[in-house]
Design a protein around this ligand. Structure first.
Ligand code: RIB
Length: 315
């Protein structure tokens, strides 16, 4: 792998949440009260996770988002700053509360997440418009579906107008019109997000490829699928390539997809070929599953490179 650009500047337009995480034996049934354990608090939110992920991989990173004027908002902004992220564009909403995510981790390593987006949904296209000069100076922009769709659209349009690389992480699962999906260079969903976007049932690699091809028919340029324990897949009009997952001891999958998107965006912003960027992102995603919590689990460049070197030696 040849490095093309030393210091990449990534802008992330997205959500930031306070994550409350518990361990439970299983999903509760409707109407049931059940016990959980091990309550922990973490800084999270898909956009903020991607910003922290990009910064840990060595990118100069700016986060554009919104939190409430409350102690949780103070805490999340402090966490972003602590990771060296430019937070000058984080809006403090006077009445909406900071976004919160309620996360349950199960013994098999899977999780489920319920999010109250709160202030995240106050991020408006005009908030992005104000940052247009900053976006014009950046190398790449990543955004997520945990903010209003019109804001996602405005961010991608602005970045593309300025000739920047754009990645839309399609999480959390929600419908998104083709007019938006066809804007970014890359749309990157996991399996549940892909089902939501394509309207197809996804179970396994073949059905995932088929559903991704549906997105191409809608005008999406390039799909990079996150397949969890089965790695990832690049799907373009030229065909598809599968990238196997790295075998790791999974502790908590939260933010693994964000680590993947952050790495993909940083590497593409640096000018790497998409296949190399996906291989690198696969390592970042795998490493993020080995630690509990969202932002604390995101790997550094040194960790990703050491893991990749070990994996290459083992063949
Ligand atoms: O992708 C993981 C994130 O999803 C969590 O940090 C949570 O906040 C939700 O946004």
């Amino acid at each position: 792998m040849t490095r093309r650009k030393k210091k990449v500047h990534v802008v992330v337009v997205g959500s930031t949440n306070f994550d409350l995480v518990v361990k439970a034996a299983r999903l509760p049934k409707e109407g049931e009260s059940m016990l959980a354990s091990n309550l922990k608090f973490f800084p999270g939110g898909k956009g903020a996770n991607q910003a922290v992920g990009a910064a840990r991989l060595g990118a100069r990173t700016t986060f554009i988002g919104a939190v409430g004027k409350d102690p949780l908002g103070d805490y999340l902004v402090r966490c972003l700053k602590g990771s060296g992220i430019d937070t000058a564009w984080v809006k403090r909403h006077p009445t909406h509360t900071t976004g919160c995510a309620f996360i349950t981790v199960y013994p098999n390593g899977n999780n489920s997440i319920v999010v109250d987006p709160g202030a995240n949904y106050t991020l408006q296209p005009r908030d992005i418009e104000r940052a247009k000069n900053l976006i014009a100076r950046a190398d790449a922009l990543a955004t997520v579906l945990e903010i209003p769709l019109e804001t996602v659209e405005a961010a991608i349009r602005l970045a593309r107008k300025a000739g920047k690389f754009t990645v839309l992480d399609a999480g959390p699962p929600r419908g998104c019109p083709p007019e938006i999906l066809k804007l970014p260079d890359i749309v990157s969903p996991n399996e549940t997000e892909l089902e939501e976007l394509s309207g197809e049932k996804v179970s396994g690699r073949d059905s995932a490829r088929h559903a991704a091809e549906k997105l191409l028919e809608l005008g999406v340029r390039t799909v990079v699928l996150k397949l969890g324990g089965d790695g990832s897949m690049l799907v373009t009009a030229k065909g598809s390539t599968h990238f196997p997952a790295h075998k790791v001891e999974v502790v908590d999958p939260t933010a693994a997809g964000d680590a993947f998107t952050a790495a993909l965006t940083v590497q593409l912003g640096a000018g790497f070929a998409i296949e190399d960027a996906i291989r690198y992102a696969n390592v970042a995603g795998a490493l993020a599953t080995t630690r509990l919590g969202a932002q604390p689990s995101l790997p550094t460049r040194k960790e990703v490179e050491a893991f990749a070197a070990r994996a290459a030696k083992l063949g």
